[in-house]
Design a protein around this ligand. Sequence first.
Ligand SMILES: [Fe+2]
Ligand SMILES: [Fe+2]
Length: 206
Amino acid sequence: MATIESMTELLVDQLKDIYDAENRLTKAIPKLSKKAANEELRSALDEHLQETEEHVSRLEQAFKMLGEKAKSKPCAGMRGIIDEGSEHVGESYEDDDLRDAVIIGSAQRVEHYEIAAYGTAIAHARLLQHDDVVDLLEQTLEEEKAADKKLTEIAESAVNIDATEGGQMEDEMPQRRSSRRRQASGRQRATAASSSRSNGRGRGRR
Ligand SMILES: [Fe+2]
Ligand SMILES: [Fe+2]
């Protein structure tokens, strides 16, 4: 294993790691998308797949700017996140909304890892005054952040709500019962506060 002797070499080494991660994602995202039931989630993943392909080519440009050949170095972190995600997504779920909630969680772990990796690489490129590389990687970083935000919006506006409501119609699993109980006790507190003059009848709800 060659010794890394300079900040430039360190940056190149990090880019090799990210290059491997992004290439893995071009294969992993379609698998997640195929399993997603929610249409908005599916199209968000498909859209991010296209961006991910662009991230790969931006990295190739960055290597070129640094006078290096585009090369991968196995990214154990991303491999682990992808493996864990496919394990979770592959479990059996009573309804598709629950799986969608897991898909969102897995995809967000990916985005956060990428955000961290690009953040470091950009900081190093900036220190080295490689402004062209900084500009390029910042475009990608913004897309990673936007993808993460979009996933949060989909979770909050549809998937998590559907996943919770699905459980209210059938026999409930214990975890869902306890989460509903937490929600219910939140409602009770609100009811108790608003009806404190009407001898706290809200308190008796269960
Ligand atoms: Fe990416
Ligand atoms: Fe991403």
